[in-house]
Design a protein around this ligand. Sequence first.
Ligand SMILES: Nc1ncnc2c1ncn2[C@@H]1O[C@H](COP(=O)(O)OP(=O)(O)OP(=O)(O)O)[C@@H](O)[C@H]1O
Length: 261
Amino acid sequence: MSMVRIDGVSRSFPAQRGGGAVKALEPIDLSVARNDFITILGPSGCGKSTLLRIVAGLDRPTIGTVAINGRGVTGPGRDRGMVFQSYTLFPWLTVAENVGFGLRESGVPAADRRATVAVWLDRVGLRSFADHYPKQLSGGMQQRTAIARALANNPDMLLLDEPFGALDNQTRSLMQELLLGIWERERKTILFVTHDIEEAIFLGSRVVVMSARPGRIKAIVPVDLPHPRHYTLKTSPEFSELKRRLTEEIRVEAVLAANEH
Ligand SMILES: Nc1ncnc2c1ncn2[C@@H]1O[C@H](COP(=O)(O)OP(=O)(O)OP(=O)(O)O)[C@@H](O)[C@H]1O
C-alpha cells in the first residue's frame, strides 16, 4: 500500500504586479510506498520545491489532494521532517538544543531528550560539537545538525529540498553516504529534491524526472542498484548508463527552461 498519494496536484501562483499568473505545477499524480527513497530531479524553476512544500503542508495545491497514510494533508505534522538547502538552524541555540528542539516542543522529558540527542549527535559525528553554536560550524556540520534535528523526532518521512546544494563536492559525497546509511538502517520514507543527476541516482530507489515549468512528471526511472551503496558505485557501468539516460531526459528540459527565461 502506498504511504503518500499525490492526486492531481497542481499549483498556480496569482499574478504579481507587472506579471501574469505563474503556473508552477501541472496536475501531478505520484504514489510513494513506505521505505521508498524518491529523488525528484528537474531543471531550475520546474516546481520541485513547490511540490515538496505541498507534501510538507507548507503550501496548498490549487487543485488536487495529498494524503499520507490515507489522511489528507492540511498542514505540517510531526510525521514529516524537513531539511532545506539553506541552513535553517536556530542561531541562538546550541547544536544539542537545535537537535532536541522538536522533542522539547512535544514535551519529551529532559533525560529522554538528552539520550535521544546524544544518539543522533553520535550518528552524524557531532558529539564533540554539542555545545557549539551554528555559526561556529562549517556548512557540512550545520547540515548534519539539520538532518539530526529532523530525525530526532522520529518522523516516518523525510522531505529534503536540495539539502546538500551549498556544500563542496567532497562534503556532499560524505553527506550522501551518511543519509543513505541512515535510510538503510532506519527505513524511512524519503522525498529528496535535487538538480544533480549523480546525486539523484546514487540516493534514489526511483528518480522522478520533472519537465520544465509548468512542472509535470516526465519519467519515473527505477534505480536497481544494490544496497548498501558505496561511492565507488558512481563509476560502475550500470551507474553510467542511468546517468546517460537521465542526462538526455534533463537536457531537453533544461534547454526548454533556458529558452523561456
Ligand atoms: N510563493 C510564490 N509566489 C509566486 N511564484 C512562486 C512562488 N513560489 C514559487 N513560485 C514560482 O513557481 C515556479 C516553481 O518554483 P519552485 O521553487 O517550486 O521551482 P524549483 O524547481 O524548486 O526551482 P529551483 O531548482 O531553482 O529551486 C517558479 O517559477 C517560481 O518563481
